[in-house]
Design a protein around this ligand. Structure first.
Ligand code: SAH
Length: 379
C-alpha cells in the first residue's frame, strides 16, 4: 500500500495514554520526550492541529499529519442553563449520540461523562436499561469528551479569585453518565490515566470519580491499575431489595461488594467510598432502610449520596418527597453515617436527571443514569 492513509486509518492521539504515545512517536522515529511535548500541546493548550505545534520539527509534524489526528466527538447541540450548567449532545456515530454535562459550583467545575452507549446492567429505576446496550466508547471518545469540554469552556471561563495560574474550568471528572465504566475496563483505564497525568489534564486523583453498579472482580482489578476515587451505586440495604433494583447484585451480593470497596481503599490509600442511593418513594426510603444502611456502613470509610429519583415515562417508581429524603439523611447522620443530598441542577435545559426522556421517548430516547441522556440522531 502506498500513499497517504485515509482519515479513518489515522491513529487518534486522544486514545493513547502517555506510554502508548511514547511508543507511537517511537514508530515515527522520534524520542519519547516528543510524546510529552505533544501532550503539552494537546492537553495543555487544547491544540489539535499539528502545523500549529511550532516547537516540533517540521518533518515530525508532517509525519504526524499523515499518520495521526486529534479528534474529539462532534457536537450535535449545546445548551446552557440559567444556573450555569452546560449540556452537550455528542455524536457517537451516525445513529447514536451521548451527552455530557458540566456543573459549575463554588470553586469547582465538574464534568459528568459517559463510558458506553447504552448499558447492559438493567437497573430497574434507570431508563438507560430500557434502551439496552449499544457499544463501548473508545478511549479516544472518553478522553475526547473532557478535551472537548475543556476547549469549549475555556472560551468564557473566568477563574475564581485567588485561582492558581493555568486553572482549568474542569476541576473534577465523574464517570456517572451513560454506561457501566467497569464493563468497559480496557478503554476506561487509559482514560483515567490521562485525566490524572501531569502532561494530561492534571486532575488530582481524588477529583476523578468512577461510579459503578458493583462489578466486584473489576473493582479488584481497578485497585491494581489506578487510584481514582470510587463511587458505588448501592441503592438498597439488603440483598433481597438490591437484587430487584440492581440485578448485578444477584451475582455479586452486598457483602462481597463492600469487601471489594474496603480492599480498594486499602490498596489506594483512599479516604472513603461514596455510595449512591436513589430515593424511591415507598421502596427504599423508609426508616428501616436507613437503619439497614447504618448497620452496613457505620464505622466504615463511607459517605452516602442520596439522589432524588428522576422519573421517566413508563417507570413504576416515584421520587421520595423532600421531607422523606431529609428525614432519611437525618436518621443516617444521627447514627454517625455521613450522608448528603444531591442537588438537582440545570432543570431548565433538561440537564437534570431524566428530563429529556419525556420528550423524545418513543423512538429516539435513551435515558441515562444520573445526569446524561443519549439520543439517537437521525441523519
Ligand atoms: N453505571 C454506573 C454509572 C452511571 S449512573 C453506576 O451504576 O454507578 C450514575 C448514577 O445515577 C448511579 O448511581 C445511578 O444508579 C443513578 N441513577 C440512575 N437512574 C436514575 C434516576 N432515574 N434518577 C436518579 N438517579 C439515577
Amino acid at each position: 500500500m502506498t500513499g497517504e492513509p485515509a482519515a479513518q486509518e489515522r491513529i487518534n492521539l486522544l486514545g493513547l495514554e502517555r506510554a502508548g504515545l511514547e511508543a507511537f512517536v517511537g514508530t515515527l522515529g522520534s524520542k519519547p520526550f516528543r510524546a510529552r511535548q505533544l501532550m503539552q500541546w494537546i492537553y495543555g493548550r487544547g491544540e489539535s492541529r499539528f502545523p500549529a505545534m511550532t516547537d516540533l520539527a517540521k518533518d515530525f509534524r508532517t509525519l504526524l499529519g499523515e499518520r495521526a489526528e486529534v479528534r474529539a466527538p462532534e457536537i450535535v447541540t449545546s445548551q446552557r442553563s440559567a444556573d450555569g450548567t452546560r449540556k452537550w449532545l455528542l455524536r457517537a456515530d451516525s445513529t447514536q449520540a451521548i451527552e455530557m454535562v458540566y456543573i459549575p459550583e463554588e470553586g469547582r467545575g465538574t464534568l459528568c461523562i459517559s463510558s458506553q452507549v447504552g448499558c447492559a446492567m438493567d437497573c430497574s429505576f434507570c431508563s438507560t436499561a430500557q434502551q439496552g446496550f449499544n457499544r463501548n466508547l473508545t478511549t479516544a471518545e472518553i478522553v475526547g469528551q473532557v478535551w472537548l469540554a475543556e476547549r469549549e469552556l475555556a472560551r468564557d471561563f473566568v477563574p475564581p479569585a485567588g485561582a492558581s495560574p493555568g486553572q482549568r474550568a474542569i476541576t473534577n471528572v465523574v464517570l456517572m453518565g451513560m454506561g457501566e465504566p467497569l464493563a468497559n475496563f480496557r478503554n476506561v483505564v487509559p482514560a483515567l490515566r490521562l485525566f490524572t497525568d501531569d502532561f494530561g489534564f492534571e486532575i488530582s486523583r481524588r477529583r476523578v470519580t468512577l461510579s459503578t453498579s458493583g462489578l466486584v472482580p473489576q473493582i479488584y482489578k481497578l485497585a491494581e491499575e489506578t487510584n481514582v476515587a470510587l463511587a458505588v451505586s448501592l441503592h438498597a440495604p439488603t440483598d433481597e431489595l438490591r437484587n430487584e433494583l440492581v440485578p448485578i447484585n444477584r451475582k455479586h451480593p452486598i457483602a462481597e461488594l463492600l469487601e471489594a470497596c474496603w480492599h480498594y481503599l486499602d490498596e489506594q490509600n483512599g479516604r472513603s467510598v461514596t455510595f449512591e442511593y436513589v430515593m424511591l418513594e415507598g421502596v427504599n426510603d423508609q426508616r428501616e432502610h436507613a437503619r439497614g444502611l447504618v448497620r452496613l456502613l457505620k464505622g466504615q470509610p463511607a459517605k452516602l449520596n442520596l439522589i432524588p429519583f428522576n422519573p421517566f415515562p413508563g417507570t413504576q417508581y416515584r421520587r421520595s418527597g423532600a421531607a422523606a429524603i431529609a428525614a432519611f439523611r437525618d436518621e443516617l447522620l444521627s447514627h454517625g453515617v455521613l450522608a448528603t443530598i444531591r442537588r438537582t441542577r440545570g432543570d431548565d435545559i433538561d440537564a437534570a436527571c431524566g428530563q429529556l426522556a419525556g420528550r423524545v421517548q418513543d423512538r429516539t430516547t435513551v435515558r441515562l443514569g444520573s445526569k446524561l441522556i443519549g439520543v439517537a440522531v437521525s441523519t
